[in-house]
Design a protein around this ligand. Sequence first.
Ligand SMILES: C[S@@+](CC[C@H](N)C(=O)[O-])C[C@H]1O[C@@H](n2cnc3c(N)ncnc32)[C@H](O)[C@@H]1O
Length: 422
Amino acid sequence: MTLLFENLQKGIHINTKLLKLHINVIRRLFGLKSYDLSVTCLTNHEIAKLNAQYRGKKEPTDVLAFPFYENIKPGVLPSSTDVLDLGDIYLDMDEKLQSHRENCESKNENSCSNIKEDIKEKDLDAKMNNISFTDMQCVKDESGETSGNDKSDEKYCHPARKLSEAEITKLQKDVTCVSDFKRNKLEKEAQKNWDLFYKRNTTKFFKDRHWTKREFDELCPMDVQTGRRTVLEVGCGVGNFIWPLLQEDQSLFFYACDFSPRAVQFVKDNPNFDPSRCCAFQCDLTSDDLRVTVPHDSVDVVSMIFVLSAIHPQKMESALSNIIKVMKPGGSLLFRDYGLYDYAMLRFAPGHKLSENFYVRQDGTRAYYFTTDKVLELAGNSGFDLLESQCEYIQRETINKKEDLCVPRIFVQGKFVKPRST
Ligand SMILES: C[S@@+](CC[C@H](N)C(=O)[O-])C[C@H]1O[C@@H](n2cnc3c(N)ncnc32)[C@H](O)[C@@H]1O
């Protein structure tokens, strides 16, 4: 259905409308109109990097195609209508320019003055036609496979939610995880996918978080004058958590960081952004030391709202260990994230499962669905004082305006305290 087209090179002007039209014609000709496809135009240098990363070949190549389904047999489409995704295609535009020049020389043409025009019309046309049909095939869907099913309903007991028979059956059937290749690719492209998320949705996706003071006393203005209080908002997105608090409490100073450079820029461009009260910076919590920007032991309160779920389970602990280093002893990490068997988890169609409780959305961003035990275990292993901490399931309803639905949500909410002395 969706054609995600990106032109990440500036050297060659492209008639994007024409290119998109051609791609859509090809999709229609092959009966693949309803399949998602991503096409990206790159420079020689960028495609060489991808070629080295995914195929172990250091040189550039004219086209790279990564089918969504692997081990594909030509002519076979998925047997169900679950994930209609062809995958990603990368085009090397520099190579095209080069071959066009060579073409001109061999024809003894004096000039390539119409080069841009020719490239955008003819060569792109040829390039699209060169993408073989087999590159775009899909494997038979394997969601019918039931081996490894846990037939016991006990596994599906939940303190906050009783699952229906249909929901249990759906979870039991969804045992097939996406391939290692796809999983690695999603991990490598996690930042890109979040950045694209903000490119598509700009500041319009999440609403300002007006509930935070109600849920976390730590965010309420202090009765006694305590001077400046420092809050670090990790995975801040476009700042929806920060704006209401910044306006209401003059004593707060915010550090705000996110993976996505675009999201950070949205924070800085917001009319409420005041550099004397807010420092926004780009950072990967799993690998960039927060202490480069935020002094060691300096933060009173950290907020982490729907962020840990976006991080690979094997890297969650390193993200929390990174955070605790900048917290004051006795400081709190305020946490809310998706809970096990949340409405959104039960809606995933087969083909989206990455590992136990970890799923990929259509746009490549990922979500983990936590049990309270899992969050407590991660917090304990990262050095938080579990005796002083709290963690619970909470149930909320959210309105899905698009589908005119009021849906029950399950979140895990907690407060984790850094030990006062070590
Ligand atoms: C679901 S959004 C939540 C945004 C914001 N906390 C809110 O509640 O509106 C998850 C955010 O986590 C960020 N994120 C994901 N992985 C990250 C990482 N490794 N380091 C820093 N931020 C990350 C994403 O860029 C995204 O903005």
